[in-house]
Design a binder for this molecule. Structure first.
Ligand SMILES: NC(=O)c1ccc[n+]([C@@H]2O[C@H](COP(=O)([O-])OP(=O)(O)OC[C@H]3O[C@@H](n4cnc5c(N)ncnc54)[C@H](O)[C@@H]3O)[C@@H](O)[C@H]2O)c1
Length: 245
């Protein structure tokens, strides 16, 4: 097998749609054995070659053990791409506890729990990699995004600490800050309101929305040997959306 991830085993969460689906496919095309994780019923199409589908809600108590065991069936675990994420839009004054808790359960608690389960195996890899999808909203904000922004800022803090603690084992930990990307999360909103998609596209200095493959390529870089000396960093993949103050 050839490719930039040849011989490696990767876990990708949120892999039935958007950024995760594009990443699972690209990682596999680059030679990785990929365990693609998403909630039951989310996978609609057959898995591409090199991709094994695992249906799991990452917030379930036994999900980390099930997911890591599926990866170890290949004999190793090298890459964890914590990508699954959700939003719940409500002004802070009106946000229900259940919405706050669900966002934190998916976007940060499950990221921590899966990563913790993976660490004993990542440290045995010659090139252990932790990549997590945060958001430009880890640093910026918008109305209704209190839980989302706080959880994504948490991903950044968690990742920096993982980088610090695991560096001596040669494991890197980095996070992505996607801008406005056309995925299952955003398409329904933008299809219903094409003007909003246009506004977001214009905010990018490249004058377009991002596509899932834009993030998949950045994740591949962080997963590959090319990023062997990059750790604790956030990589904005936003078409320059956040350049202007
Ligand atoms: N689309 C954007 O503009 C944008 C911008 C910034 C950050 N992000 C982040 O990118 C990541 C990927 O999102 P996307 O845009 O590709 O959206 P998406 O909705 O297309 O994909 C997210 C996937 O995560 C899965 N998922 C959600 N909860 C899960 C759970 N509990 N267990 C397992 N899987 C679960 C969903 O079923 C879905 O398939 C998310 O973390 C999101 O917050 C997206």
């Amino acid at each position: 097998m050839t490719g930039r991830l040849a011989g490696r085993t990767a876990i990708v969460t949120g892999a039935a749609s958007g950024i995760g689906a594009a990443s699972a496919q690209l990682f596999a095309a680059e030679g990785a054995a990929v365990v693609a994780v998403d909630v039951p019923g989310a996978f609609k199409a057959d898995a591409p070659p090199g991709v094994t589908v695992l249906e799991a809600d990452i917030t379930e108590a036994d999900a980390p053990a099930r997911i890591v065991a599926a990866a170890l069936a290949t004999g190793r675990l090298d890459i964890v791409f914590n990508n699954a994420g959700i939003g719940r839009n409500a002004l802070a004054a009106n946000m229900a506890d259940a919405d706050w808790d669900r966002v934190f359960d998916v976007n940060i608690r499950a990221v921590f729990r899966l990563t913790r389960e993976a660490i004993p195996h990542l440290v045995k890899s010659p090139a252990g990699r932790i990549i997590s999808t945060a958001s430009v909203m880890a640093e910026g904000t918008d109305y209704g995004l209190a839980a989302y922004c706080a959880s994504k800022a948490g991903v950044a803090g968690l990742t920096r600490t993982l980088a610090l603690e695991l560096g001596k084992h040669g494991v890197t930990a980095n996070y992505l800050l996607p801008g406005a990307i056309r995925t299952g999360m955003t398409s329904p909103l933008w299809d219903a309101n094409p003007g909003a998609a246009e506004v977001w596209a214009k905010k990018s200095v490249l004058r377009r929305l991002g596509e899932p493959i834009d993030l998949a390529r950045a994740a591949l870089f962080l997963a590959s040997d090319d990023a062997g000396f990059v750790t604790g960093q956030g990589l904005a993949v936003d078409g320059g959306l956040t350049l202007r103050v």
